[in-house]
Design a protein around this ligand. Structure first.
Ligand code: HEC
Ligand code: HEC
Length: 203
């Protein structure tokens, strides 16, 4: 009887801990979504869609922000916070321990990606498709629509990708050298063609 009671008490304790964890994860998710949008489907063209990105990419992104391997661009909360309050992904990531980062990454990787609705030029997209196939497909499969270790490019917001590409070209982001080199070799027209190709994939 004594053992049974101890067992019961422990179960209650563990359940309470689990509930506390769920509640704090929930509040972190609320903070994420005041920028990344409901369900991680950003409606802000300078903030990436994170729903349906791979778990490994999301975890890696947080580690890179923590280690200052990506720029700490100051950015405003888009909802749920006073207008003028600014933070950066580095500050956000530094507040999270690795268990929380893993739980967040699992959460967003399991959600459904929905491509951004945005304009594109169909002729440029055809040129971009060829460039993607030749130089990028090996790590960004299926025309950049697979959420693998390198992340999904197709359907991502173009303004976010434009800014990230310029950071990559300035060696401000930790990425494979071959990719950085190739991005630096492309002309402005070629980069624009790739962006139009990714934006054209709206399904
Ligand atoms: C104040 C707004 C803001 C908040 C809060 C925020 N983010 Fe971000 N996030 C951004 C912006 C803007 C970027 C683009 C990179 C940059 O400009 O620093 C980004 C980039 C990312 C990336 C990189 C995506 C990629 O494709 O490489 C991930 C992953 C991410 N955020 C996840 C999260 C998670 C999870 C949370 C909650 C813990 C969160 N963010 C909270 C604004 C925010
Ligand atoms: C050797 C593998 C490899 C090749 C080839 C490659 N990439 Fe990448 N790419 C990556 C990885 C890995 C990441 C994720 C970097 C990180 O951890 O943040 C990435 C990320 C990116 C990002 C940032 C996406 C985001 O959400 O922030 C862009 C843009 C990109 N790649 C463009 C390209 C283009 C264009 C090509 C073809 C010229 C290319 N990549 C070829 C591995 C590759």
């Amino acid at each position: 009887m004594k053992h049974l009671l101890t067992g019961l008490a422990l179960t209650v304790l563990f359940d309470a801990a689990a509930i506390a964890t769920d509640a704090s994860l929930e509040s972190v998710i609320n903070e994420c979504e005041s920028c990344h949008g409901p369900g991680g489907l950003s409606v802000e063209s300078d903030i990436p869609i994170i729903a349906g990105q791979s778990q490994v990419l999301i975890e890696k992104a947080h580690e890179h922000f923590k280690d200052l391997q990506r720029p700490c661009t100051q950015t405003s909360y888009r909802s749920g916070q006073p207008d003028e309050s600014l933070t950066s992904m580095c500050e956000v990531s530094l507040e999270l321990d690795s268990n929380t980062i893993e739980a967040l990454a699992r959460h967003y990787a399991a959600l459904k990606f929905r491509p951004a609705t945005q304009p594109f030029d169909a002729n440029k997209a055809v040129v971009g498709a060829g460039l993607h196939q030749m130089y990028c497909e090996s790590c960004h499969p299926n025309g950049g629509s697979d959420a693998g270790f390198a992340g999904r490019l197709s359907g991502q917001w173009t303004p976010y990708l434009v800014r990230t590409i310029s950071q990559i070209k300035r060696a401000e982001v930790l990425v494979p050298h071959v990719m950085e080199r190739k991005l630096n070799q492309f002309s402005a027209e070629e980069t624009d063609a790739l962006l139009n190709f990714w934006a054209s994939q709206q399904e």
